[in-house]
Design a protein around this ligand. Structure first.
Ligand code: GH3
Ligand code: MG
Ligand code: MG
Ligand code: MG
Length: 372
């Protein structure tokens, strides 16, 4: 994948020179003012910014300050391009968070060396950030990533009055699965389930996470209660289609999951008026927390388990305070019945596993891995 490099200078000639030097190093984009640079970065985050320190209007220093103050953009390395030679200038730049400096007039081999060095550092930083957000066993988001995303999406839904939904998913009779087939087969099973869940979530903003143990959470921003039910069905069908044999399950011949759905309608009474400052503690909204959504999904999950497992139940967060029981969601086919991938309703068959037909022996989990 190509690195994205943004060149910012009010002098088009400097941009032309830099572009000629960096040709082939990455995808280059250009801006001739600080204001344009910030707008472009917010639209699409680059891997590196070469930033002229002196520009009319918004200076490079101000641009750098704005970038470093923004959580989403602070990690983008900035190399200042400057004709200033005094150490104090560079010290101030480093204090602002600059990664390096390039002196004008530019020297081609120095520019290349400095840019390549920063891109190397950026790739390593990206990789460690990705690892810090990922569950090692299943490859989906980890609990920390989920907690942060939930808080962010919840606040953004509150501000915009958008719909939002959360699914809590628990593997049925998983202790028995481990007892029967062993812990490594259990681990492999969790990986396949996580893949099936990811396939069921088609929007880029949907987030599948391992919540803990054999429990998963799926965050569905801007998703209506009906949309959340659709995703729950796709997950239940996708898990059935995996057809992972489970002779110790009292629910089906293969591994199944139960799903708790919690949702907030757009314009929910839980959302505060847009005019209300989010930082003002208001008693009316003190009970309106992201945790409410998790509690509601937990309640719904509990109801799905009690109703017989291998199914979904839904809890509208607005109804929660009235102790309205969670609503059972009718399966599109008998709960836990094996399905063919074509009939699964999801976006496609799960990877490298046999679908449909009679449940296969659990040891085939390992064979499936060999085929990948
Ligand atoms: P229920 O249908 O009520 O959910 O029953 P259950 O057996 O799934 O629930 P229980 O909470 O009794 O057991 C959860 C099991 O999940 C026990 C634990 O060993 C297993 N488990 C949790 N994390 C992992 C893991 O990372 N790998 C494996 N192989 N097993 C795990
Ligand atoms: Mg300039
Ligand atoms: Mg559990
Ligand atoms: Mg369980």
């Amino acid at each position: 994948m190509h690195d994205e490099i943004l060149l910012v200078d009010d002098d088009p000639d400097t941009i032309r020179v830099l572009a000629a030097i960096l040709e082939g190093i990455g995808n280059l984009a250009f801006a001739t003012s600080g204001e344009d640079a910030l707008r472009m970065v917010r639209e699409s985050i680059p891997d590196l910014i070469l930033l002229d320190a002196e520009m009319p209007g918004m200076s490079g220093f101000l641009v750098c300050e704005a970038l470093k103050a923004d959580r989403e953009l602070a990690h983008v390395p900035v190399i200042f391009i400057t004709s200033h030679r005094e150490p104090g200038f560079e010290v101030s730049g480093f204090d602002l968070g600059a990664a390096d400096f390039i002196a004008k007039p530019v020297n081609a081999s120095l520019v290349l060396a400095r840019v390549k060095a920063q891109l190397r550092v950026k790739r390593l930083a990206d990789e460690s950030r990705r690892l810090a957000m990922t569950d090692g066993l299943t490859g989906v988001a980890n609990r920390r990533h989920f907690d942060e995303s939930l808080e962010r999406e919840w606040n953004s839904a509150r501000r915009a009055g958008d719909a939002m939904a959360l699914l809590m998913i628990d593997v049925d009779h998983f202790k028995a699965f481990n007892d029967l087939y062993g812990h490594p087969a259990g681990d492999r099973c969790l990986l396949l389930l996580a893949q099936a869940m990811s396939l069921a979530c088609v929007r880029p903003s949907d987030l599948v996470a391992r919540y803990g143990g054999e429990e998963f959470a799926v965050l569905l921003p801007k998703t209506s209660p009906l949309g959340a039910e659709h995703v729950a069905h796709a997950i239940l069908d996708g898990v059935d289609a995996l057809a992972i044999a489970h002779a110790g399950s009292a629910t089906a011949a293969h591994v199944t999951v139960s799903v708790g759905i919690a949702s907030c309608e757009a314009g929910s009474s839980r959302w505060m008026p847009v005019s209300v400052d989010l930082h003002v503690v208001d008693r009316r909204f003190a009970r309106c927390l992201a945790k409410d959504l998790v509690d509601a999904a937990d309640q719904a999950l509990y109801a799905a388990k009690n109703a017989g497992r291998a199914r979904a139940s839904a809890q509208d967060i607005d109804a929660r305070g009235n102790s309205t029981p969670a609503r059972g969601i009718a399966r599109r086919r008998p709960a836990g019945a094996p399905v063919t991938a074509e009939g699964a309703g999801g976006p496609g068959p799960p990877p490298a596993v046999r679908t449909g037909g009679p449940a296969r022996p659990a040891t085939e989990i390992d064979h499936a891995q060999e085929r990948e």
